[in-house]
Ligand binder design. Structure first.
Ligand SMILES: Cc1cc2nc3c(=O)[nH]c(=O)nc-3n(C[C@H](O)[C@H](O)[C@H](O)COP(=O)(O)OP(=O)(O)OC[C@H]3O[C@@H](n4cnc5c(N)ncnc54)[C@H](O)[C@@H]3O)c2cc1C
Length: 389
């Protein structure tokens, strides 16, 4: 997204991606109203909405035996009053297609950054491994947007503040039938959380487990695991046998929550999960990463057209994005520690907590979580111009 925004305003941007394509099990499929608003501001929303996707206007879940609605997006002051669900490879392919016409956009796939080039205590670019050998890419600014296991931030020696997470996620698919329920939903029960994402012909399933227990679960074998899924969602009984190979079909997605205390060094900036790894709670990490990209382009874009940026310019990005990052992580930690942890360690039947019951009684209250999840704290707006090609 940052590569697209910079190229759009006439800055030369090289995007290096270690994989050959985007077709992998990414973490997260949610495109929130704040991101859709950015698409609108970029003039690509109509095109985007032509891509296959689902629209979620209310977030519901089953807690114990009660079905509850937690968030209602239909009152947000945005053009799209829903969360769009789209596999992340489709989203990234779409953004790439939008960026490619700009001559400044250079996407290099199968190009894995392995190290930083440092000259006079300034980061001057990266070293990368490609299918045809080693590559050096020099730049006025290097941006680490390489996710929670960022090589860039590690090589830059930026100190990480780890905030901890009580869970990991098992990620798998089961086929979807015409007669199945249509909406995307979560099922919360003592010791278990199951989230089903409707991807038309199949269900993308997230099974939340206490951190570090994946191996133990795997050791017990597929039969008890399948039985557990059916216990939570009985309608999956007729197809749960599709899960026949743990290694091939069930992926472990580890959850990490952390943030850098310092996002930049001379010549280098980290954004997205590389600056602040997000928990899946609220499904906001992708959107926060995109907001970082928009803020970075807004603050640095014009200066980058002239040449290198200063340490103060880079710190301005961190200053702008620290509040939304901290506030979002604080909410995520509150939910992780007070709800998820208790739920995963409990064995007694559960019922919705009082705060969720309030949301059931007064539907207008559902606009508050919708705002926090759908728009986030301090939403960014595109302020960078499009330069003629
Ligand atoms: C289980 C789980 C579920 C989640 N669900 C959601 C959700 O539903 N919605 C949501 O918004 N957020 C969700 N999140 C959070 C979300 O995944 C992240 O916050 C978001 O993906 C961060 O985006 P990013 O671009 O910074 O990093 P990433 O999405 O991790 O992208 C980093 C990219 O850099 C590439 N890369 C990595 N290393 C190198 C290298 N050395 N050289 C070149 N390229 C490299 C990777 O291949 C990847 O393409 C979830 C997180 C977890 C753990």
């Amino acid at each position: 997204m940052l590569g697209f925004l910079l190229a759009r305003m006439g800055v030369d941007a090289a995007v290096l991606e270690k994989h050959a394509d985007f077709f992998r099990d990414f973490r997260g499929d949610t495109i929130h109203p704040s991101t859709l608003e950015i698409m609108y501001e970029l003039g690509i929303l109509d095109e985007f909405l032509k891509q296959p996707h689902q629209e979620v206007r209310q977030l519901s879940g089953q807690i114990g035996t009660e079905t509850v609605t937690i968030a209602d997006f239909t009152h947000l002051p945005t053009h799209c009053k829903f969360v769009g669900l789209m596999p992340q490879w489709d989203f990234l392919n779409f953004i790439t297609a939008q960026a490619k016409p700009y001559p400044g956009f250079h996407l290099r796939m199968q190009c894995e950054v392995t190290d930083l080039i440092e000259e006079n205590e300034t980061i001057a670019g990266v070293r990368a491994r490609t299918a045809t050998g080693e590559l050096e890419v020099r730049a006025d600014l290097t941006v680490g947007a390489d996710g929670r296991h960022s090589v860039v931030r590690e090589r830059a020696g930026l100190p990480v503040l780890s905030l901890g997470a009580p869970m990991d996620v098992l990620w798998m698919r089961l086929s979807r039938h015409e007669t199945d329920p249509g909406q995307t939903f979560g099922r919360f029960d003592a010791g278990r959380i199951l989230v089903l994402i409707n991807r038309e012909d199949y269900w993308q399933i997230a099974y939340v487990i206490p951190k570090g227990t994946a191996e133990e679960l795997r050791g017990r074998g597929l039969a008890p695991f399948r039985a557990e899924i059916v216990r939570l969602e009985p309608f999956l009984q007729d197809r749960v046998a599709e899960l026949s190979d743990w290694d091939e079909q069930i992926k472990l997605l580890t959850v990490v929550v952390d943030r850098l205390q310092q996002w930049s060094r001379a010549g280098l900036l980290c954004i997205g999960d590389a600056a602040h790894a997000m928990s899946p709670i609220g499904g906001v990490g992708i959107n926060l990463a995109i907001q970082d990209a928009v803020a970075t382009a807004n603050i640095l874009g014009e200066k980058l057209r002239q040449g290198p940026v200063t340490a103060a310019d880079l710190q301005a990005v961190q200053r702008r994005r620290t509040f939304p990052t901290r506030a979002t992580q604080r909410v995520q930690l509150l939910v992780q520690n007070n709800v998820i942890k208790r739920l995963l360690s409990g064995s007694k039947p559960i019922s919705p907590p009082w705060i969720v019951k309030l949301l059931g009684r007064w539907p207008w209250l559902r606009r508050i979580p919708a705002r926090v999840v759908g728009m986030g704290f301090r939403p960014e707006h595109v302020k960078t111009p499009e330069m003629p090609n």
